[in-house]
Ligand binder design. Structure first.
Ligand code: SF4
Ligand code: SF4
Length: 517
């Protein structure tokens, strides 16, 4: 791991106007409880959760309402007390714009606490599986936007050298991590200590971009209180997309995560600083993940700021808490201006992955000129932090040669949008790459479906063939008995009847017999 004086540089990237001060001038505030909370069953990477409540059930704040299914999964908890009024399809914040299963709770305003998880203040007496179990049962997922289950990441195995807490919030407009580091530094440090214990390693680096001096100060102060020499704070240059875990690891260590690999392959584990706070609360206070800090920003909102919001709160309610929309509001985006995606409306709920709500004016969003032909200038490859060849990916995506697209490591594309910004021909390259990924997944699913159908067909044919052989064998046996006179007269007559019956059946349904071939 680098000392503060020794840093490396990742390939490509862009220096972008930050737009962060728009939302950091107001203090952190809390959005009041809404009348209705909508909790999607799938708000993390992995298999969707399964509802364990039904309409009419009374639930308390923090009570599990959906259980995790599968190893890569996470439970869902009620963000306040109230009555379950529906379990069914609702629009959710997702690039597809599709609806998904949700649990809807009408809140009663009492905020009655569930209290089902004891604080584990003496967590150092617990082993790693027990801590991972607590992190899993409290529904903790990565809060940087990816929402990957944290307990799975903590189950990395031996060979890990260092934990990296990612406070390099490089996406323009987003400032929720900056605000968290300023105001909750001691909880970030506590989360780091818990994760070091769970991972059984002795080094953690908290990475902060140079343009966040208040966060740096707060973290140093929190560290000086606990005096934990295993944790260091490293300031890194502000360059987009440094918050990508591969890019950050390269800046801090000089090591590259191999294509198709994960950071743990080279001994590092990255967690967002917000995730560290969630881990600390789950372990030290027994609090499941039911709220998060969201940056509400852009020229389209009256009072841009960072707010603590209960999960499941309607986005319209959050915008209203920030003064409502301005006259120039045109686009509602979840995530930042670079990697976020447009939302189809503001009645969607805040979910675990909602780090930012950008209410953009026409000026906030770069107006896109019509795309021109590629001039093969190579500028897109120069800025690509994943060291891909975007122009070749583009050509093969257009030609629908997805095998070649995969060979060119499409899945290493982090959809940062740097190539779009650099392209003098204004080609929406990232859109092509998102489309290619979706297309490859859909073709894979189609292939799996047709493979399963073929296997079913072959198994059916094998069964029919085996039954036919068995019938033929039995018939041959009986015919032999008739021919050799081994049967008594009654058995003989029964055998003749059966043979005649089969002859008639065969004659009546020739197509069925041949159809089974
Ligand atoms: S969007 Fe993908 S291809 Fe384009 S610069 Fe970023 S990582 Fe590279
Ligand atoms: S930057 Fe645009 S024009 Fe230049 S090679 Fe890439 S896709 Fe082609």
């Amino acid at each position: 791991m680098a000392e503060q004086s020794r840093l490396w540089r990742f390939h490509g990237g862009l220096g972008l106007p930050a737009h962060k001060s728009i939302s950091t001038s107001e203090p952190l505030s809390t959005v009041r409880l809404p009348g209705v909370l909508t909790h999607p069953l799938s708000q993390h990477i992995g298999s969707p959760s399964e509802a364990i409540v039904t309409p009419g059930d009374y639930v308390k704040k923090g009570q599990p309402i959906a259980r995790a299914t599968g190893y890569i999964g996470s439970p869902v908890h009620a963000a306040s007390s109230g009555t379950v009024v529906e379990v069914g399809l609702h629009p959710v914040p997702h690039p597809s714009g599709l609806s998904a299963d949700c649990i809807v709770i009408r809140t009663d305003g009492r905020d009655d606490a569930y209290g089902g998880y004891d604080p584990l203040v003496n967590y150092r007496t617990l082993n790693a599986p027990a801590l991972r179990a607590r992190v899993r049962e409290c529904g903790i997922v990565g809060l940087g936007g990816a929402a990957f289950p944290t307990s799975v990441k903590l189950n990395t195995g031996a060979g890990l050298k260092s934990l990296i807490l990612n406070g390099a919030e490089c996406e323009p407009f987003i400032s929720c991590d900056d605000v968290l580091m300023r105001h909750k530094a001691e909880e970030i440090v506590a989360g780091a200590q818990i994760m070091l214990h769970a991972l059984e390693i002795k080094h953690c680096c908290i990475a902060i971009e140079e343009d966040k001096p208040e966060s740096h100060e707060s973290l140093l102060e929190a560290l000086s209180v606990v005096g934990d020499k295993r944790i260091e704070v490293v300031r890194v240059p502000a360059l987009y997309p440094e918050g990508g875990e591969r890019q950050l690891i390269q800046v801090l260590t000089g090591n590259e995560v191999p294509a198709g690999g994960i950071p743990a392959d080279i001994g590092y584990l990255c967690q967002n600083v917000g995730t560290a706070v969630a881990v600390a609360r789950a372990v030290l206070r027994g609090e499941p993940l039911i709220s998060r800090i969201v940056t509400v920003t852009g020229a389209g909102v009256v009072q841009p700021r960072n707010v603590e919001v209960r999960l499941g709160t309607p986005i319209a309610h959050v915008i209203e808490a920030c003064g409502g929309y301005t006259d120039v509001a045109r686009h509602l985006i979840m995530g930042g201006g670079m990697m976020g995606f447009p939302l189809q409306g503001d009645q969607l709920p805040v979910i675990k992955a909602t780090n930012c709500l950008l209410v953009a004016s026409e000026e906030d969003i770069r107006p896109r000129s019509p795309a021109l032909p590629c001039i093969r200038c190579g500028d897109c490859a120069t800025v690509c932090p994943a060291q891909l060849l975007p122009q070749q990916l583009y050509w093969h995506t257009r030609g629908e040669d997805y095998e070649q697209v995969e060979n060119l490591n499409l899945y290493d594309c982090i959809e940062c949008g740097c190539c779009d910004l650099a392209c003098p021909s204004h080609i929406p390259l990232t859109q092509y790459f998102r489309y290619a990924k979706a297309e490859i997944w859909s073709q894979r699913r189609e292939r799996q479906r047709s493979d399963a159908a073929r296997h079913r067909f072959e198994a059916r044919n094998a069964r029919i063939e085996s039954e036919r052989s068995e019938r033929a064998r039995r018939l041959a046996e009986k015919t032999k008995m008739l021919q050799t006179g081994a049967a008594d007269p009654a058995t003989k007559q029964a055998l003749i009847d059966e043979v005649m019956k089969r002859v008639v059946e065969k004659k009546d349904s020739p197509s069925k017999e041949t159809g089974d071939q």
